[in-house]
Design a protein around this ligand. Structure first.
Ligand code: SF4
Ligand code: SF4
Length: 420
């Protein structure tokens, strides 16, 4: 087999002529992320996460066979950001509620989100309501989490060679269908393999829980010593001896506040350098001075949340969204796929605890008006920094806060950067 030389990010590399670029790059110590590429499968080029530049043109890397003299850009600032944007679009295009997903911790897509340092998405979430099909014998397929990579279509076959999954429509309308007759022929082991092939939590097997305790899941720790890239937070230097911190919980569960306190005795060191103003921690209800930083837990589900968020923006130099609910709506945003009227009827008229023949949905001028959907904070006011997690790790929260307030260097360890 003929060996050829080519360049990745200006560095000379060698590989067999015609070798797939993803493999050739790996052989030369360069990692190109991908979600659709899979051993033994011909390149699909569906997810585009492996986008690179070849001789100045943007293209899916998995579709390239290396050849003499190729000049490839993988990790330029432009391509790193382009790949991050593609992954962000995947997150917003489906319903990725990681904290409530069976695949969380074992999900290749979620892991890439960590690796690329995605803290929030630059695009609004669509909150789709697609089919969750539990009719097959063993498999449940959740179209809301499917990224249409088509790994399952290519790879999951019965013993007599029939495809179990198929793809209909094109582009945004693409749907992954399942042939019930062929699916019924799969053995238990083959059904589990289909679940493993899927890089998201779209394919699940009935009765095969994949829930594992934290620490035993595939992506809990990442590579040893791996840190997550982060955009340096804006620095605010005031002359105050102590920095002033405000916190609030909007449509959240107070879990992020619990995590804030989870630095244990570290809170005593913290109190040497910061003072809390308006916060459920102090029970101070109104701002009594300007604050250096405001930490916001929860997103906006009613008019009061919006009022409080705007007051925080006015009274704090820096605003930080803490946790998944603040960043994109989180679990309360599960209602975004359902019309508000149906949610209210379900909660007040038809729930298990409703009185028989209940007709009243509570409303009064003193009760904040509920919004048509739950909004992430950055869609209401400018947010300066986002700390992901459900809840975020306590060390991560305070590292960011100290970085912002005291210009201290820090890095985010992989296990501290979590969406679940
Ligand atoms: S764990 Fe994976 S599939 Fe599940 S919601 Fe998160 S990104 Fe989506
Ligand atoms: S079900 Fe999974 S493997 Fe199949 S196309 Fe969707 S994301 Fe890919």
């Amino acid at each position: 087999m003929e060996n050829i030389t080519f360049k990745i990010d200006g560095r000379e590399c060698t590989a067999e002529k015609g070798k797939n670029l993803i493999e050739a790059a790996k052989q030369n110590g360069v990692f190109i992320p991908t979600l659709c590429h899979f051993k033994n499968i011909d390149p699909l080029g569906t997810c585009r996460i492996c986008s690179i530049k070849l001789n100045g043109r943007s293209i899916a890397g998995c579709t390239i066979q290396v050849d003499e003299g190729m000049d490839i850009q993988v990790n330029s600032t432009e391509m790193l950001d382009a790949r991050k944007a593609i992954l962000e679009m995947m997150f917003v295009e489906g319903n990725h509620f990681c904290p409530s997903c069976e695949k969380s911790g074992d999900c290749a897509m979620q892991n890439l989100g960590y690796e690329m340092g995605i803290r929030y998405t630059r695009f609004p979430h669509l909150f789709v309501d697609r089919l969750v099909d539990a009719r097959p014998e063993r498999i449940v397929i959740n179209q809301n989490r499917c990224i249409r990579c088509k790994r399952c279509v290519e790879e999951v076959k019965t013993k007599d060679g029939y495809a179990v999954f198929n793809s209909t429509n094109r582009g945004y309308e693409t749907l992954i269908g399942i042939d019930y007759k062929q699916e019924a022929k799969l053995t238990d082991r083959e059904a589990v393999r289909a679940m493993e092939i899927c890089p998201t939590g779209s394919i699940l097997v009935k009765g095969k829980s994949i829930a594992k305790p934290f620490g035993q899941r595939k992506y809990d720790y990442g590579e040893i010593g791996k840190t997550i890239p982060f955009d340096k937070a804006k620095i605010n230097q005031t002359n105050e001896n102590k920095k002033i911190v405000a916190t609030t919980s909007l449509a959240g569960c107070f879990g992020c506040h619990m995590s804030l306190l989870d630095v244990d005795l570290g809170i005593l060191d913290l109190l040497e350098v910061v003072e809390f103003n308006k916060s459920p921690i102090t029970d101070i209800k109104k701002f009594s001075k300007r604050c250096d930083i405001g930490l916001i837990e929860g997103g906006c589900c009613n008019t009061e949340n919006i009022e409080v968020l705007r007051a925080f923006r006015e009274n704090c130099d820096i605003l930080v969204s803490v946790g998944e609910c603040a960043i994109w709506g989180g679990l309360p945003a599960n209602r975004n796929t359902i019309p508000l009227e149906d949610c209210l009827k379900e909660a007040y008229l038809n729930s298990l605890t409703s009185e028989d023949n209940e007709t009243c949905i509570p409303h009064h001028e003193d009760i904040p008006k509920i919004l048509n959907k739950v909004y992430p904070n950055h869609e209401i006011v400018k947010i300066d920094y986002h700390i992901p997690g459900c809840p975020p790790n306590a060390n991560h929260i305070w590292s960011v806060v100290k970085n912002i307030l005291f210009n201290e260097e820090f890095s985010i360890a992989y296990p501290e950067f979590k969406y679940d």
